[in-house]
Ligand binder design. Structure first.
Ligand SMILES: Nc1ncnc2c1ncn2[C@@H]1O[C@H](COP(=O)(O)OP(=O)(O)OP(=O)(O)O)[C@@H](O)[C@H]1O
Ligand SMILES: O=P(O)(O)OC[C@H]1O[C@H](OP(=O)(O)OP(=O)(O)O)[C@H](O)[C@@H]1O
Length: 232
């Protein structure tokens, strides 16, 4: 019987809520080795290992199939792999870690309220400014899908941003942004507004399973999913 690995957040904003859900679900975790160990096991369940990783690492490990289950944000999973629904199953939405991935533009762009308006701006941008519309984001894949595939906007350039994305327009590094927002205060502080149809994804923490043929008749897999669903 192969080992089932569950990756849980080792730090960050979704760590504590994840631990609480597993506890409530009767999946009590004990550390393997000392207290600072990044490995654990579930009491009373043989052949199940817990691996503690960061939220973005969990998304990567689900993509590569290195882990069987992971708890992480839907945004990170969809950004981390093409065709996510074919490769992983979102088994449960856990009700915390909510954040929207949004398209936001400077508040002073008074005549830009929708993606269609933004498409018009992008089409004229080179003629007016001598370059393409620049979008600051760390969500490359979600941005390309939303702009190119969903809205048919092709004339833009993504500028990679690894932090303080909301500051990029004021700093002259980009014209608009794609980033996550929860309370909206960072957008407001940076004089940015969300387009009315600019919500790309409403994300939250999820229990995610890498689709593997072995899982189909493995009772431990069904047991883990049912235990978590049972306490939501
Ligand atoms: N206000 C917020 N800012 C950033 N992320 C948020 C926010 N609210 C919820 N999230 C979600 O939390 C998840 C990221 O968690 P967190 O930022 O704690 O990870 P992390 O430990 O910093 O991970 P990593 O180091 O891998 O980026 C994402 O799925 C994100 O959508
Ligand atoms: O809508 P709000 O409630 O203002 O939250 C959104 C902001 O919070 C996060 O940044 P954070 O400062 O947590 O840093 P991080 O991106 O490094 O986690 C995120 O990257 C946004 O900038």
């Amino acid at each position: 019987m192969s080992v089932i690995t569950i990756a849980l957040p080792s730090k960050g904003r979704i760590k504590e809520d994840t631990a609480a859900i597993f506890e409530r679900a009767g999946l009590a975790i004990s550390a393997v080795g000392n207290d600072r160990s990044y490995r654990g096991r579930i009491e009373g369940m043989d052949g199940v290992e817990i691996a503690y990783l960061s939220a973005s690492e969990i998304a990567r490990e689900l993509a590569s199939g290195a882990v069987d289950f992971g708890v992480t944000g839907e945004d990170l999973v969809r950004e981390g792999m093409a065709g996510a629904d074919g490769r992983v199953e979102f088994c449960a939405r856990l009700g915390f870690g909510q954040a929207d991935v949004v398209v936001a533009v400077p508040e002073i762009w008074l005549d830009v309220e929708t993606m269609a308006d933004l498409g018009d701006v992008a089409a004229d941008f080179r003629a007016r400014h001598g370059r393409r519309l620049q979008i600051a984001t760390k969500y490359w894949r979600l941005t390309q899908q939303f702009f190119s595939s969903q809205h048919g906007i092709q004339l833009y350039r993504i500028v990679e941003s690894l932090g303080a994305t909301e500051g990029a327009p004021a700093a002259g590094q980009a014209d608009i942004i794609v980033d996550i927002t929860s309370t909206g205060s960072t957008l407001r502080a940076n004089h940015l507004k969300i387009l009315s149809d600019g919500v790309i994804l409403k994300s939250e923490a999820c229990l995610v399973r890498a689709r593997k043929p072995d899982h189909e008749d493995d009772p431990r897999v069904a047991q883990i999913v049912e235990a978590v669903r049972g306490v939501l």
